[in-house]
Design a protein around this ligand. Structure first.
Ligand code: AMP
Length: 293
């Protein structure tokens, strides 16, 4: 496995890779969720590139950029064991040198949900992902359903800017008690860790209501919301039931596949979780076609 830190080294190493290339962009501090993307990339491509970069432009003021957990040596061991061919670990100064002033901005779909709560977040995400695509030149790029809006935004960018690659969406990897794996889970105290299961309980409750025939979007949102507010340590930001492509809130009886997503602060971290309705759409091989259209 080659590890490179400059654009020149990356371009050279990339040109030596054989066949179809899959890329897995990450912010490091890897867990089984990241590794599931690597495994999917390994299976479908001749070569796999991973990137590790805690991207400063996607963090807002007062967010956890400085304290975001990092352990690159451990990450590299995990990637080596998973059979990754090339890892790009750039510095912030390499990605955003003095005088840097070019950004990629996706419009409507970034204004809702996380975009409404984290101004500028997706502008940072799309900018860095566009840069990573331009240097790693992948045939396929792997993203997790965990960050569902990110998938929708990146798919939009790939279509709108004609990136010659396919975005592949991978299912959410969870702890046995349902908590979605996240690098930020390390911030949770024991008590908060327990309370954090409310997020998966919330979408499950709404999902079960849906499976029993409930189609009123307000009732479905409220079902999830009630589950979250039962936990005093959980501070809800939003619960959304939205179209899987436009991310517009659904205000009529649910007919098509929809995305039920929520964000809540539990102690220090903001945690995200989501599911597609009907529940049978989650964990399916054609997830890629559903989320983001
Ligand atoms: P991050 O390092 O948090 O930027 O995540 C890198 C990629 O891993 C993103 O595409 C995430 O959606 C994905 N990811 C993070 N957590 C999970 C998880 N629990 N299951 C599946 N994918 C995940």
């Amino acid at each position: 496995m080659k590890v490179v830190e400059t654009i020149a080294d990356l371009r050279t190493a990339r040109s030596e890779l054989k066949g179809q290339v899959g890329v897995v962009p990450t912010m490091g501090y890897l867990h089984a969720g990241h590794m599931s993307l690597v495994a999917a990339a390994r299976e479908a491509n001749d070569s796999v590139v991973a990137t590790i970069f805690v991207n400063p432009t996607q963090f807002g003021e007062g967010e956890d950029l400085a304290s975001y957990p990092r352990d690159v040596p451990r990450d590299l061991n995990m990637l080596r064991e998973a059979g990754v061919d090339l890892v790009f670990v750039p510095s912030p100064g390499l990605m955003y040198p003095p005088g840097y002033q070019t950004y990629v901005s996706v419009e409507q779909v970034t204004r809702r949900l996380e975009g409404a709560h984290r101004p500028g977040h997706f502008r940072g995400v799309t900018t860095v992902v566009a840069k990573l695509f331009n240097v790693t030149l992948p045939d396929r790029a792997y993203f997790g359903q965990k960050d569902a809006q990110q998938v929708v935004v990146i798919k939009r960018m790939v279509r709108d800017l004609n990136f010659p690659l396919t975005v592949i969406v991978c299912p959410i990897v969870r702890e046995p008690d349902g908590l979605a794996l996240s690098s930020r889970n390390v911030y949770l105290s024991d008590e908060e860790r327990e309370a954090a299961t409310a997020l998966s309980r919330a979408w499950r409750a709404a999902g079960e209501a849906y499976e029993s025939g409930e189609r009123d979007p307000d009732v479905l949102r409220q079902t999830a919301h009630n589950m979250l507010t039962q936990e005093v340590l959980v501070d809800v930001d939003y619960v959304s039931l939205a179209d899987v492509e436009s991310l517009e809130e659904v205000h009529h009886p649910v007919e098509n596949p929809v995305l039920l997503s929520m964000t809540a602060r539990v102690g220090k971290p903001r945690l995200l979780d989501n599911c597609l309705l009907p529940l049978s759409l989650n964990n399916r091989a054609d997830l890629t076609q559903i989320l983001g259209g």
